[in-house]
Design a binder for this molecule. Structure first.
Ligand code: NAD
Length: 730
């Protein structure tokens, strides 16, 4: 079985059809690349072939390179192995680009066109960029682009060099630096592709172009005499401004912690100064250097390999398919409305219940609002909107839940209210129905006491806003059975989010780690650390939001509520009194965060953040001697990371992959690090212990080195060596 098929029609047009065996989406492997090369060679050598179409047998063109292959290349051959592998890919794509023409006269050669039926990502766009024309089917759901930067690498099969030479550095910047994806029409407007046609005309139009192509149509601008880079090369006055600006912008956005962004910029800058083939070599060198960087390896491992493994059911119990047919959602507030939308959008029938009909209707209209936005962006049609809305029944009548195989409750965070709802639901649903709670703070095992079927009771914890956040935390109560876990996992797969499964303990996993981060930031303000130092230290280490901005976003009254409940539960052992003084004072003054237009930050009347609130300094005078940046960063990082380690020690986390993937997707833990456990592996357990011992001596017991970490340091272990994922993807 090969991944490409070769056919020549009566008019002498060869079609190379990509069809990765056993996968719904084409992905490129080393063998497939060699197969493609063999077929290109064959078509170029066959005098009866006039030109070539490269297309796909699937609904999409390709999802990209199989990153497992890149990881294998690195593991097998190190830097030289990667460099040689990449140069091999360059040679194949250059062969397509030259297509047999005489490199001196630029005459001869056969036209090669890429015909894209749908999505074309990564190498799935780099191959077309080497072709002489890119024609895409008008499929508004298709995504075209180079998303490599999102997993810590950059387009390394000529995509960087070709796109910059095709569009100019300025126009290429959002595609390369932000991984921007476009639908075919937008891709055509931006100059990423050449033509968009009706899906049914795709191959006919590709053939027509091949047969009509003139010699000059095959010569890429950068291979033609007198080529000048659009927008100017670095020493051109306009180009100079672009490159200086891009460098500042990249640094501003990445804070310098993402090696791929810096390397990409270097590849573009240096490549722009030399001929095309040398630029490809420079691109390959920088690509190799990025792949050898521990940050890229950790990002690929967490954000691609392990994320995908979790989505495919790596931790799913072996029970038959539990896909949800009919979902009940109780509570049509912020969370319930979001859950109803993502489920209906995934094709699931939803009954959305609230105590009052108008609240249920408001919950449903939340979906209409999101779909309307989609329509205005051409992502959704009126028909699709009608279909999704028709799947949601908004009612107060619990009888409508009959036939539901999963019910998720998202009512008020109150034990009694939730217990009442559990009983009412169980009275109307069938005996097999799984009941899930979206609680963020109440123990699942306690809530399960209200259920007649504790084995079918589980936590499915969504993050807000539900339609945007990628992670769902599934919580096993003490008595939760395997079928409930499988049901929750199958539901998360249906709504195309990433799941982690954790055991029941205070704040589960994500909130357990994020609360100490916020608290450490507030504690420092109380100590007299410059608030701006706290916020910038967090951002400089790759956190998307500083702790003070984060608590403003999630709301200060929620923080107060959680603090009071935690203090009640922990009694004398409660460690955060110093934090509460600040938090409660803010709340007493009505500074409840972003929603109140007043919190640790000041806001204008439209809710735009202006800067840190100047009243902070009056209330918490800034100390004369400020701490080192590194100290502030270690405190902020260790506050989160140590909770992740303790969660593993306590058995809340059962799989280190979930600890890392959950941290990045759940609360944006410094993605460059690959997650808290990957970060510890990067610095090494011995250094981590030294940092914790030092922080404990200076700041207190909350930084106490976990026994696990100390043992790992003694044995020279890492998390990914000691806890190698024990189960394979299903
Ligand atoms: P919300 O106040 O916006 O919505 C709660 C809804 O439940 C309201 O519409 C209310 O009318 C309805 N309701 C209350 N009692 C009911 C009953 N007996 N029967 C039917 N409907 C009833 O709250 P929310 O922010 O959507 O939170 C809901 C749940 O999700 C809580 O348990 C919360 O802890 C959890 N949660 C919230 C967030 C968040 O960021 N807001 C994140 C994760 C989890």
């Amino acid at each position: 079985m090969t991944d490409f098929k070769y056919a020549v029609d009566a008019d002498g047009v060869a079609t190379l059809t990509w069809d990765t065996a056993g996968k719904s989406m084409n992905v490129m492997s080393q063998e497939a690349f060699l197969t493609l090369e063999g077929m290109v060679d064959r078509a170029l050598a066959d005098a009866g072939v006039k030109g070539i179409i490269i297309t796909s047998a699937k609904k999409d063109f390709a999802g990209g390179m199989d990153l497992n292959v890149i990881a294998a290349m690195r593991d097998a051959g190190g830097a030289q192995g990667i460099f040689d592998g990449v140069m091999g890919m360059h040679a194949i794509l250059r062969k397509i680009e030259r297509a047999g023409m005489d490199p001196k006269t630029l005459k001869g050669g056969k036209p090669i066109v890429a015909a894209l039926p749908g999505t074309a990502l990564g190498i799935g766009l780099e191959i077309p960029l080497a072709c002489h024309r890119i024609i895409a089917a008008d499929n508004p759901r298709a995504k075209i682009g180079l998303p490599e930067i999102m997993v810590g690498i950059f387009p390394g099969a000529g995509g960087t060099t070709r796109l910059v030479r095709k569009m100019g550095a300025m126009m290429a910047a959002p595609f390369l630096l932000e991984g921007k994806l476009s639908d075919p029409k937008a891709a055509k407007a931006a100059g990423l592709i050449d033509e968009v046609v009706a899906p049914e005309d795709l191959l006919a139009r590709a053939k027509e172009w091949v047969l009509a192509a003139a010699s000059a149509d095959l010569v890429k601008p950068w291979d033609a005499k007198g080529y000048k880079m659009p927008g100017g090369a670095p020493y051109h006055p306009a180009g100079f401004l672009t490159f200086v600006g891009a460098s500042a912008m990249v640094h501003g956005k990445t804070m310098g912690v993402y090696p791929a962004a810096k390397a990409l910029l270097s590849a573009v800058y240096e490549g722009a100064l030399v001929p095309f083939d040398v630029a490809l070599k420079i691109e390959a060198r920088w690509f190799t250097s990025v792949l050898m960087n521990p940050s890229s390896s950790a990002m690929i491992r967490s954000l691609f390999i392990n994320k995908e493994a979790l989505e495919k059911g790596a931790v799913r119990p072996a029970v038959p398919d539990q896909s949800v047919q009919k979902l009940g959602v109780i509570g049509a507030g912020m969370m319930g409305a979001g859950i109803a939308y993502v489920a209906a959008n995934a094709g699931i029938e939803v009954v959305l219940i609230d105590a009052q009909q108008d609240a249920a209707d408001r919950g449903k209209s939340y979906s209409a609002g999101i779909l309307d936005k989609g329509i205005s962006r051409r992502k959704v049609t009126e028909d699709q909107k009608a279909e999704v809305l028709a799947r949601i029944t908004a009612t107060t009548d619990y009888a409508a839940l009959a036939g539901c195989d999963l019910v998720v409750e998202a009512v008020f965070e109150d034990m009694k209210v939730k217990a009442d709802v559990t009983a009412k639901v169980e009275a109307v649903v069938g005996p097999d129905c799984i009941f899930a709670t979206n609680t963020s703070t109440l123990p699942i095992s306690d809530l399960a006491k209200a259920s007649q079927r504790a084995a079918q009771f589980i936590g499915i914890h969504f993050f807000s806003p539900v339609d945007k956040m990628l992670l769902v935390e599934i919580i096993r109560g003490r008595e939760t059975g395997d079928r409930a876990v499988a049901k929750a996992l199958d539901f998360v797969r249906q709504i195309r989010k990433t799941p982690i499964v954790v055991n029941d303990a205070r704040f589960f996993y994500a909130n357990r780690c994020i609360i100490p981060y916020i608290n450490e930031g507030i504690r420092m303000v109380a100590e007299g650390v410059e608030p701006v130092l706290v916020e910038n230290a967090a951002k400089l280490v790759g956190m998307p939001l500083g702790p003070l901005q984060l608590v403003d976003e999630t709301s200060i009254d929620l923080g107060v509520k959680i603090a009071k409940a935690t203090r009640l539960a922990m009694g004398d052992a409660y460690p955060d009194g110093a934090v509460d003084v600040v938090l409660f004072a803010m709340s007493d003054q009505g500074r409840l965060g972003k929603k109140a237009n007043a919190g640790f930050y000041a806001y204008d009347e439209k809710g735009k953040r202006l800067g840190l609130w100047d009243g902070l300094e009056a209330a918490y005078p800034v100390a004369d001697v400020q701490p080192e940046l590194g100290d502030v960063q270690h405190r902020l990082l260790m506050a989160q990371v140590l909770e992740a380690v303790r969660a593993l020690e306590d058995g809340v986390l059962m799989d280190i992959r979930e600890g890392d993937v959950g941290a990045i997707l759940g609360w944006g833990f410094a993605p460059w690090s690959g997650g808290p456990l990957s970060w510890l592996d990067m610095i090494g357990a011995a250094r981590a212990v030294a940092i914790c011992d030092d922080l404990t001596a200076r700041f207190g017991e909350r930084f106490k080195t976990p026994a696990l970490l100390r043992d790992m340091a003694a044995k020279g272990d890492g998390f990914y060596t000691r806890f190698a994922p024990h189960r394979k993807a299903a």
